[in-house]
Ligand binder design. Structure first.
Ligand code: HEC
Length: 317
């Protein structure tokens, strides 16, 4: 018979089976036990079967015991008694505390006696002593490493952690491009994104804006005049939410994913400054990026008010 008692055996087997089930049943983000209620029933069955096996084993043992001769029964019981469960744990515990059993306390009792209160001359518990040695070793290593050799200091540690976090953010942004919205969108420059943007443009937008962006039903996208504001954020916003009512530019947020809108927005911004075959006359106003680093003297002079306000469209002429 195995040494582990039933109250260890049943839970261990139960959780192993539970873990295997969670590992092998593909249930998306949620644990299988919540996603598929049938698994709860399955685990209940597993538990009942485990208990049943224990009960059956116990009764087989009983029946066998009854068939033994009285001497054999005694030998069996004696053998069973010897099997102290978790023997090593017990002896480890004794070693680490090195406590004196109550019967042998007399050997270490001190001879003073205060109103009946006596004192035992116990040794320091070994677990405590070992821990104390460990702290001494730790202290020496620490002293040498940080005060004599000067391995690294808090500042360096901080910088390393910030750098690592920065890397993690970059990595996250790469995998989470689809999370862009109008506040976080930035011009995409990778060739893959731009050619994806071109495909989306060709498939959806060319009918009204022309392949070279020159304009038709929709306005010219190559000039610096914008009806609804230029720059990646405004363009993304226009594509996502559509133009003014009744003009023909619908909201694309239901048919394009956020990343796709960012790609096509980045693609059409490349039309800026090119010369299309049949340019449509400018519509709207010249758009100046309020966040642009070099504000030229010219536009500072002409539109100081708008510059100060958080406006994206600067009225010229
Ligand atoms: C049915 C025709 C049509 C299609 C298709 C179309 N547009 Fe437009 N688009 C327009 C019109 C019309 C406007 C002007 C809206 C307004 O005046 O409010 C416009 C405006 C815009 C603007 C703003 C221009 C400005 O001057 O502010 C952008 C950017 C734009 N479209 C991008 C796209 C993209 C990208 C697609 C494809 C995903 C697309 N459009 C598909 C008709 C269209």
């Amino acid at each position: 018979m195995s040494r582990t008692p039933w109250w260890v055996r049943i839970p261990v087997l139960f959780f192993i089976i539970f873990g295997l089930m969670e590992y092998f049943v593909d249930s998306g983000d949620k644990p299988a036990i919540i996603e598929y209620p049938i698994t709860q029933f399955f685990m209940l069955m597993v538990l009942l079967i485990l208990i049943a096996i224990e009960v059956i084993l116990k009764s087989i043992e009983n029946v066998m015991f009854q068939t033994l001769t009285p001497e054999a029964q005694e030998r069996y019981l004696a053998a069973k008694d010897k099997k102290i469960e978790f023997k090593w744990l017990n002896s480890l515990y004794k070693k680490l505390t090195s406590s004196r059993s109550i019967e042998r306390e007399g050997e270490i009792i001190l001879d003073h006696n205060y109103d009946g209160i006596r004192e035992l001359d116990n040794v320091l518990p070994p677990w405590w002593v070992y821990l104390f040695y460990v702290t001494i070793i730790f202290g020496v290593v620490y002293l040498i490493r940080f005060h004599i050799v000067g391995d690294y200091d808090q500042e360096l540690e901080y910088e390393q952690e910030v750098a690592a976090a920065q890397l993690a953010i970059e990595e996250y942004k790469k995998t989470a491009k689809n999370l862009v919205d109008v506040n976080t969108v930035e011009v995409l420059t990778e060739a893959g994104d731009l050619s994806a943007g071109e495909k989306i443009f060709t498939a959806n937008c060319v009918v009204c804006h022309m392949a070279d962006g020159g304009g038709g039903i929709g306005p010219n996208l190559t000039d610096e005049y914008w009806i609804l504001g230029g720059g990646i954020k405004n363009v993304f916003q226009t594509i996502s939410e559509g133009g003014r009512d009744g003009k023909g530019m619908v909201a694309w947020k239901n048919s394009l994913k956020p990343l796709e809108m960012a790609q096509v927005a980045s693609y059409i911004l490349q039309f800026q400054g090119t010369t299309p075959a049949n340019p449509k006359a400018p519509e709207g106003e010249i758009w100046i990026d309020p966040d642009a680093p070099e504000a030229t003297e010219e536009n500072l002079e002409e539109a100081p008010g708008e510059q100060a306000k958080d406006s994206t469209i600067v009225a010229m002429n």
